[in-house]
Ligand binder design. Structure first.
Ligand code: SAM
Length: 218
């Protein structure tokens, strides 16, 4: 089936990018182009399509959400992506973030723990022509060892600590962005050098918790 876009959604998307992304000082032209291209409404349940370009997260079933557009933009921007970067995403969810990464020229590997969500995301990504995105149903706490190391890692569910397997699977010089939940949730940027990990707090956020092993910790 070929996907043909309705102009009403193209207009809403343009407004979303202008008022929620550019107006909040995100100016990376590749990211802006990616957000203008990816049809976000196709990644939400039909009953929420008309709200897909609003300034908020939306339910996608199984108690999970597609993140607010600005948060997707912020996390993507901070990674300072280069074309050809190998990027691991933990928490495929709807598949929207993976499509944005792909549109930015990255080789994308994405892992989802809830099987029906991962299957649905894969289906919609294929329908939209994003069939080169590598999808896996698994516990993302463990990363994706066969394809490691990754230049960048983006985690869209909050573990209580930074998972060691993800640190190990990041290249030296790589960057990882993730929410971490201690007493409160904080979006953290983790930069790995040969000698150390540099961790920077970016903003307080509210993501769904990372499930599976992450609940138990190490
Ligand atoms: C905020 S949603 C993801 C939003 C997603 N990036 C998108 O663009 O729609 C977080 C996702 O992380 C998934 N998740 C939670 N714990 C996980 C784990 N241990 N491994 C992989 N995925 C996990 C959830 O099932 C959920 O789909």
């Amino acid at each position: 089936m070929r996907y043909i876009e309705n102009t009403q959604f193209i207009n809403k998307r343009g407004y979303m990018v202008q008022s929620q992304v550019i107006a909040r000082d995100i100016k990376n032209p590749d990211l802006i182009d990616a957000m203008l291209r990816v049809p976000r409404h196709m990644f939400v349940p039909e009953k929420y399509m008309e709200y897909a370009y609003n300034d908020r997260p939306l339910p996608i079933g199984y108690d999970q959400t597609i993140s607010q557009p600005y948060i997707v933009a912020l996390m993507t921007d901070i990674l300072n992506l280069k074309k050809g970067d190998k990027v691991l995403e933990i928490g495929t969810g709807s598949g929207y973030q993976a499509a944005i990464l792909y549109e930015m020229g990255c080789n994308v590997y994405t892992v989802e723990i809830i099987e029906p969500l991962g299957m649905k995301a894969r289906k919609i990504l294929e329908l939209l022509g994003y069939d080169k995105i590598n999808c896996k149903i698994s516990n993302g706490y463990q990363g994706w060892k066969e394809y490691a190391p990754f230049d960048k890692i983006i985690v869209t569910a909050a573990p209580p600590i930074i998972p060691k397997p993800l640190i190990d699977q990041l290249v030296s010089g790589g960057k990882m962005i993730m929410p971490v939940e201690n007493e409160h949730q904080e979006l953290k940027l983790i930069m790995k050098t040969k000698e150390e990990l540099i961790i920077k707090n970016i903003a307080p956020v509210m993501f769904v918790p990372m499930t599976g092993e992450a609940q138990i910790g190490e």
